[in-house]
Design a protein around this ligand. Structure first.
Ligand SMILES: NC(=O)c1ccc[n+]([C@@H]2O[C@H](COP(=O)([O-])OP(=O)(O)OC[C@H]3O[C@@H](n4cnc5c(N)ncnc54)[C@H](O)[C@@H]3O)[C@@H](O)[C@H]2O)c1
Length: 253
């Protein structure tokens, strides 16, 4: 028996990185998994990968900054599987820029994907959560939402905003048995690898030194399993919180 047997989960940005790690664990734990992403080739690769693993899954090509697209995605999921139980809002981007370098374009691009994208996903899922009297939402924050990080201006603003969105929705939806939480991860993913590749080795070393185990978390075993637990009925009393899935990084900064 799986932890998420019969549950229907949607994951934005789930064709790679932490979202994909979560999709694998959710499949292993008995959930049906739908992802939305912008790149058709990655969507195809996702479908193939999940089918080879024997998991029930579907992909939808689309951009979470379009409310209409997100609504169509959730409608397609409900048409296929009858409802939606879990909403994982993983889609995000990082554009390095100082405060003075941050243009409207950088600010709104980051904000639209992270904050508007997550809000649209939550708004599209809510009617089904409301109808069935249960639901789980996980928003994707960052250490940058709580602590100062140079070059993280638009990222930091959007990740802090997600914590606010999480708290408001958690309060509004608590009596309907809908739990809304945010996580601050430190996990191995293409986003991390790209950052790592563009830093001098001493900078990467300094970053890893902040993590007590001196490594990034594994997308499946460290991040995905924690998310599966949070989205299971074992965690129905956890809501509104920002939970650090970072191997202790936050304690060392
Ligand atoms: N990896 C980490 O250590 C770390 C740390 C802090 C926060 N995060 C956050 O965790 C989440 C997942 O990160 P990751 O490391 O797996 O990153 P990633 O870049 O590997 O994956 C993010 C995914 O989101 C997708 N995406 C971006 N814009 C989109 C859009 N408009 N519509 C649909 N999909 C879109 C990307 O194409 C990609 O597939 C992000 O929100 C990120 O900010 C990650």
């Amino acid at each position: 028996m799986g932890l998420l047997d019969g549950k229907v989960a949607v994951i934005s940005g789930g064709t790679q990185g932490l979202g994909l790690g979560i999709a694998h664990v959710f499949g292993r734990e008995g959930a049906k998994v739908a992802v939305i992403g912008r790149t058709p080739s990655k969507a195809e690769a996702f479908d193939k990968d999940m089918a080879e693993r024997g998991y029930e899954a579907m992909s939808y090509v689309g951009d979470v900054t379009s409310k209409e697209t997100v609504e169509k995605f959730i409608t397609a999921v409900v048409e296929k599987w009858g409802t939606v139980d879990i909403d994982i809002n993983c889609a995000g981007i990082y554009i390095p820029a100082t405060v003075m370098e941050t243009t409207d374009e950088i600010l709104y691009k980051t904000f639209d994907i992270s904050v508007k994208g997550s809000l649209y996903m939550m708004q599209a899922c809510y009617p089904y959560f409301h109808k069935q009297g249960s639901g789980k939402v996980i928003n994707w924050g960052s250490i940058a939402g709580n602590q100062g990080l140079e070059l993280h201006t638009s990222y930091s603003i959007s990740k802090a905003a997600l914590q606010g969105l999480t708290r408001v929705a958690a309060l509004e939806w608590a009596r309907e048995n809908i739990q809304v939480n945010c996580v601050n991860p430190a996990g191995d993913s293409p986003l991390w690898r790209e950052w790592e590749a563009n830093q001098p080795p001493e900078m990467v070393e300094a970053f890893l030194n902040q993590i007590p185990a001196h490594r990034m978390g594994d997308a499946e075993e460290d991040i995905g399993r924690a998310i599966a637990a949070l989205c299971s009925d074992y965690c129905n009393w956890i809501t509104s919180r920002t939970i650090w899935l970072d191997g202790g990084q936050g304690a060392t900064r």
